[in-house]
Design a protein around this ligand. Sequence first.
Ligand SMILES: [Zn+2]
Length: 284
Amino acid sequence: MHRRGINYLLSLITTLGLLAGCQAASPATKQASSQSSKASSKSTHSTIKHQSPAHPYQHWHAVKVVHLPILMYHSISSGNQLRVPAKEFRAEMTYLKTHGYRTLTANEAVYALKHRRLPQKKVVWVTLDDSYKDNMTAAWPILKQTHQHATINFITGFTHKKNHLTLADAKQMQASGNIDFQSHTVRHLDLNNLTYQVQLTELSSSKKWLDHNLQQNTQVICYPAGRANNQTIKADKQAGYQYALSTAPGIATSAQNAYNLTRQRVVPGMSLTAFQTLLTTTNE
Ligand SMILES: [Zn+2]
């Protein structure tokens, strides 16, 4: 709500600036004109700043092989091995910030792997699986405070469940710019137990839902429990995905199979030294 309020105020300021710009054209209000032209040029500047540049990756440098640590989180809470407490998540996001890591968006990660280009040596992709409600209540405030970015692998058929994010939640988080969303299927079933047609439905229905509701081209599928079989990649491609995430450990690279990227699991109780070892790469 707070963020929305700020966005509303910003748009109001921009509108007022533009109106003031119109008034400035009138010769009757000379003094107002000099004040409003300042406001007008300020608002024009901020408008330009928020437009996406024609080539957002033009300053990225080419590398032979991209090494991209993809961190895997689930719930940000406590209780079992899949839950990382907020205090630890905060320390880890702060570590990334203070050590100069850039947390890539999903689109940036896809671009980096596909084109073998990077914005800087130290890059990481933070992912949270299963779209738990605590990703909004616990992880999102930390990401905003530390100015980091994460991708939530969203289960599109779980939006009615109490402990999971709704579409309204997702839209609110997406608008902040600190979170984006990729697919974690419709029902979170083990894909390797399903027929080809059911796999395809899980993959394509979740993509269509995200594409339509979040106005995006969803490019990444995250396999529930990391499970897939030899038909899954064909279904990934048919559904329109560019990359797929597994739960197999290791630093992902542009030389890996695009439909089986490895990830680094962050576990509760991990020291920052252990966390650091998950990130060690050799990007030049
Ligand atoms: Zn999952």
